[in-house]
Design a protein around this ligand. Structure first.
Ligand SMILES: Nc1nc2c(ncn2[C@@H]2O[C@H](COP(=O)(O)OP(=O)(O)O)[C@@H](O)[C@H]2O)c(=O)[nH]1
Ligand SMILES: [Mg+2]
Length: 363
């Protein structure tokens, strides 16, 4: 399982440009088709571990970006063309909404004028609309099923009906599902429907190069308005980031310094996406490979093992765990073992960000 992030937004907002920047891709910005690409998750601790342990391979975690290439509205309307893209979109873990802020007279804005607030609202409405349609379909089916339902099934259906009716009322009042503060049980039940307003949302405001000096203040101003639970906003210069992503790292750093950009768009976007998704990293060091893995905060050692291989989960014996900081202090696993800081943990242990783990299992 990798982390999947869907890129949506109005046409000509710069979705494909930002997709290319994030994945170092060269997708044709003129082609309307969907694009899928992979980005390596920046993780500075990997390099430190590699320098210490001298593995044969260093394997970063990956994020998949999907540039859907059609609007949510179009996808929902036309099942025939939308089917596959819609399924892809429904499956993502988080969404990026690209909003145009750059000016370019040769590229007319689809709505006729530049208006960041309007465009943010437009996409919010499209997502809400999509979920409302889904809710209505499901509620209709429940209604039908209730007619012939036996007692036990009936209880379940009534419970579901009650929950969905509540969610629908909130959505109609412009409260997206991600802001409802659902209990973990409710959230788990809701996850099955793959509602779009339940997904964490990163709004990427695509600015022009000439706006770079104001990027930070614009971002702060917009965030004070749009930052909510599981929703954040950043400003990026998509076109420049795309050009820089095609250069090697040191050249790109040089240009960034000139433009006064402290961190790459890729790094910032992934970092924020991870925060929104509640993801943490852990590391494995077996078979001459140092690998980074992404899991949800709160995952047990057992499920973390299952993320690597289902055999590891099935035959789980125990985990040997050391925190990244402790390992760096000891400077080797052998020394850590000698000092007794490499500790055995059982299947219910909650994996912490930065844990270096060896899973023991038999199959
Ligand atoms: N001037 C300028 N043009 C941009 C910027 N970002 C994207 N564009 C251009 O806007 C057009 C639409 O971008 P594209 O990524 O294809 O948008 P999409 O339709 O949302 O996928 C392309 O010609 C891009 O080169 C930007 O930051 N500044
Ligand atoms: Mg495009």
């Amino acid at each position: 399982m990798s982390v999947d992030i869907g890129i949506i937004g109005l046409a000509k907002s710069g979705r494909t440009t930002i997709f290319n920047a994030l994945t170092r891709g060269k997708a044709d910005t003129k082609a309307p088709a969907a694009h899928i690409g992979v980005a390596k998750v920046p993780e500075p601790r990997l390099k430190v571990l590699a320098d210490m342990l001298h593995p044969k391979r260093v394997v970063p975690a990956e994020v998949r970006y999907i540039d859907v290439g059609a609007s949510v509205k179009e996808l929902a309307k036309d099942k025939a063309i939308g089917g596959q893209s819609l399924a892809q979109l429904s499956n993502v873990d988080a969404l990026i909404n690209v909003v145009r802020a750059f000016t370019d007279d040769s590229i007319p804005h689809v709505e006729g004028s530049l208006d960041v607030d309007r465009d943010i609202t437009t996409i919010d409405l499209e997502l809400a609309f999509f979920d409302l349609a889904l809710l209505e379909r499901r509620l209709g089916k429940i209604e039908l099923s209730l007619k012939g339902a036996k007692q036990l099934e009936r209880q379940g259906l009534l419970h579901e009906q009650e929950m969905l009716t509540r969610v629908k009322a909130e959505l109609e009042n412009d409260v997206p599902i991600r802001e409802l503060g659902l209990t973990p049980d409710e959230a788990r039940a809701m996850a099955n429907y793959q509602f779009l307003t339940a997904k964490p949302l990163l709004i990427v405001v695509n600015i022009g190069e000439e706006q770079l000096p104001q990027a930070a203040s614009l971002e702060a101003k917009l965030n004070s308005h749009y930052s909510r639970p599981k929703r954040r906003l950043i400003t990026l210069c998509g076109k420049l980031e795309m050009e820089l992503s095609q250069l090697d790292n040191s050249a790109a750093e040089g240009f960034r310094a000139e433009f006064g950009i402290s961190e790459s768009g890729l790094d910032r976007t992934i970092k924020l996406s991870y925060e929104l998704l509640g993801l943490i990293s852990f590391f494995t060091t077996v078979s001459a490979e140092v690998k980074a893995w992404s899991i949800s905060n709160g995952t047990s050692a057992l499920h973390a093992a299952g993320k690597i291989h289902s055999d590891m989960e099935r035959g789980f014996i125990r985990a040997e765990v050391i925190s990244y900081d402790d390992l760096v202090k000891c400077d080797s696993l052998a020394e850590a073992r000698k000092r007794g800081v490499l500790r055995p943990e059982g299947k219910n242990y909650i994996v912490q960000d930065g844990d270096v783990i060896t899973f023991l299992f038999n199959v």
